[in-house]
Design a protein around this ligand. Structure first.
Ligand SMILES: [Cu+2]
Length: 347
């Protein structure tokens, strides 16, 4: 089969689609809004694009028209040769320039007002009673996630994957552990900077179930590009089931291999950085691993969470994500398999 050359129009629309939707389908796209906040931003984007696109086409058409207009050259009227237009042209030019100036001011004003209205609309959830509050802390280069609750029994710690119930406003309280990061899940909202020792807030709400990808949007060092987060929006009951099971401590292993794996984890330095609730591991310098086996991704979603990838990560984290802050620990080859199985069993 011979490949036909792509028509220019197809090429342009393909590039546009790629740019607008991202390569991973619609899971990470500002023009495929999955909630009211992102919807407002999307509407504003299309509105700006339409108006500014029309202005662009008009300006280009006018430029093309003047450029291609036949020049009268040497046969010009003597008055024109001095570059002084005749009086009737002068009046016409004044009128055109005045109209263009007024149109510009009006258009800029319309754009200004529409972005203010959008901004005001974004704040609609700010008065919600009893909102769900999720604290998101950026670390080089992963996301710490804490579901806040006035009842300490209901506070949940996890990492790199956020679940939210569909149709309920969620307040993201963001901060940073080290440098400035930016929390950006384009299908749900715009960007919000995470700044050390400050708290910034944004509201998100998903209006349909889906899995949306977020990405750190502020250059934060070597592995900035490998700092992504999944937001899983699911129906209320499904969310509640997820939440309740995540609240549980890690299951105590009964299988001898898993028991061995747990001992391995507890004997190595892993415990200085990681927490597995229900064990003595209570480190605070790395992602909470209590239910690591339920997560889709590994190392802030740099890789899919599979046995093979996990083995590669633990044996040599620096080869997967150079510069990341997990120590390379020489795990005894006999210990590795039970350790991997144990980590995968943390459901
Ligand atoms: Cu970052």
């Amino acid at each position: 089969m011979t490949a036909e050359p792509m028509k220019p129009a197809t090429l342009v629309s393909t590039i546009l689609l790629l740019v607008l939707n991202g390569c991973a389908g619609h899971q990470q796209s500002a023009v495929d809004a999955a909630g009211p906040q992102a919807g407002r931003i999307e509407t504003l984007f299309w509105f700006f694009l339409a108006i500014l696109g029309a202005v662009f086409i008009i300006v280009m058409a006018a430029a093309a028209w003047t450029l291609t207009k036949r020049h009268r050259g040497i046969e010009q009227e003597p008055l024109e040769r001095t570059h002084l237009p005749p009086p009737q042209t002068e009046t016409r030019l004044t009128r055109v320039v005045t109209i263009a100036t007024i149109a510009t001011v009006v258009i800029l004003f319309v754009l200004l007002v529409s972005s203010i209205v959008t901004g005001k609309g974004m704040a609609e959830f700010a008065n919600s009673k009893n909102p769900m509050v999720i604290e998101v802390t950026g670390w080089q280069w992963w996301w710490q996630v804490r579901y806040q609750n006035s009842d300490p029994q209901q506070v949940l710690d996890t990492a790199n994957e956020i679940h939210i119930p569909v149709g309920r406003p969620v307040m993201i309280r963001g901060t940073s552990q080290d440098v400035i990061h930016s929390f950006w899940v384009p299908n749900l909202h715009g960007k919000r900077d995470l700044i050390p020792s400050r708290i910034t807030t944004e509201w998100i709400e998903a209006d349909h179930p889906g899995v949306f990808r977020g990405q750190c949007a502020e250059f934060c060092g070597l592995q900035h590009a490998h700092m992504s987060v999944w937001v899983v929006a699911e129906p209320g009951d499904k969310f509640q089931a997820w939440f309740n099971s995540q609240l549980q401590p890690a299951p105590a292993p009964t299988d001898p291999v898993l028991q061995r794996g747990q001992q391995v984890f507890l004997n190595y330095a892993c415990v200085y950085c990681h927490t597995i609730r229900g064990t003595t591991a209570a480190g605070q310098n790395g992602p909470d691993l209590t239910h690591f086996g339920t997560r889709q991704g590994l190392a802030a979603n740099t890789l899919p969470n599979s046995m093979g990838n996990l083995g590669g990560w633990i044996v040599n984290p620096q080869s997967v994500k150079p510069g990341n802050h997990m120590a390379t620990i020489a795990v005894n080859p006999d210990d590795l398999q039970p350790l991997l199985q144990y980590l995968q069993s943390l459901k």
